[in-house]
Design a protein around this ligand. Sequence first.
Ligand code: PA5
Length: 426
Amino acid sequence: MIKINFKNSKIENEISNFSISKIQDVHNMIENKTGLGNDFLGWVNWPVEFDKDELVKMKKVVENLREKIEVLLVVGIGGSYLGARAADEMIRGLYSKDKVELIYIGNTISSTYTQQIVEYVKDKEFGIVNISKSGTTTEPGIAFRVFEKLLVDLKGKEASRERIVAVTDKSKGALKQLATAEGYETFTIPDDIGGRFSVFTPVGIFPLLVAGVSVDDIFKGAKKAMEDTKDINNDAYKYAVARHILHTEKGYKAETLVGYELQMQTFTEWWKQLYGESEGKEGKGLFPTSCVFSTDLHSLGQFIQEGSKNILFETIIDIKNPNIDLNVPTNSEDLDGLNYLTTKSFHEINKVALEGVIDAHANTGEVPNIVLEFDKMDAEMFGYAAYWFMKSCAMSGYFLEINPFNQPGVEVYKTNMFKLLKKPGF
Ligand code: PA5
């Protein structure tokens, strides 16, 4: 479902000559759970080992919830937020007509954003899913307080209980305690799956079920990627090899993941977290950035074409089939001179842009380009792609000899903030 093309990478030979035994060793570390952070490898076989009873229970809860609400507030940040949003937007698009709208809160401390959502939902039928593995993260914690109070004020305690769900650790953390005390339905984030690898757990699956997305197809895609990456000769590992060569042998410092569809923008945000938090430690790692073309060709395109060299390379997501295509209408007067485009669809024009840009950036601009061809943008493809990148990221992180599954650097700001806010114990 993902085809990789290194024709414009400028390192085709280096990729072919990369040590197979190194790939085999790291593959064994991932599969046999023998590397650094091996207590966080629960995601590797999750597409077949996930809790089937919990999925049945989630589907039942969601069936009732979808009857009652028109908006689901998804409370969470980082790995407890980006996966669901990436999937929601990739699969349903940005202006879905599905009955339930998903709105994301707790991913910011912005008072303006939060209060605007209060105003937006207060006259609507809404529910809340509060997602936090630790159950103690400040941003979702304070946002949940605001919206839980709003719901209880509007509907009363009893009715609110039927509209609030928690996704958290099975026994630890303030959210678990709160949910138990208030009688909220709770689903579990497994101990051995970290935030940025958790999209196939209730963290992603619960909101996506409420959005009406086929999670069975998501698991189907993830399982296929899991099977495809059990053999070491796979494209996810080749992508890890290419990144490693560009970073450690050729000296590149940053990678930009480029989409040509606006509905892929949050997918690239999810990817940024996955790679940034997994690899950016001990003074190592590529800085992950993202672009949406052709939008950003009118801004960052200038820098990529002619700016500082040997800093950035591009990885392009090329979507083969759009969810919807449309034609450029003919106009008998042709005052804007665009009739020459009426024999082509928007998607065909988008593809021409992609080809022209790769040629301009890679050949004229000397920027290495890796192309990932995705079949489509649906639930199965999301499952496949998310798993594919996670597996590739594990390989890539172990190549750097770091622990890809922790995030000690994230704690530094949190501790500072707690001290400044005079949180008890800090
Ligand atoms: O990937 C991670 O571990 C982080 O991004 C966390 O998901 C994020 O900090 C939110 O943490 P929590 O789910 O504990 O609220």
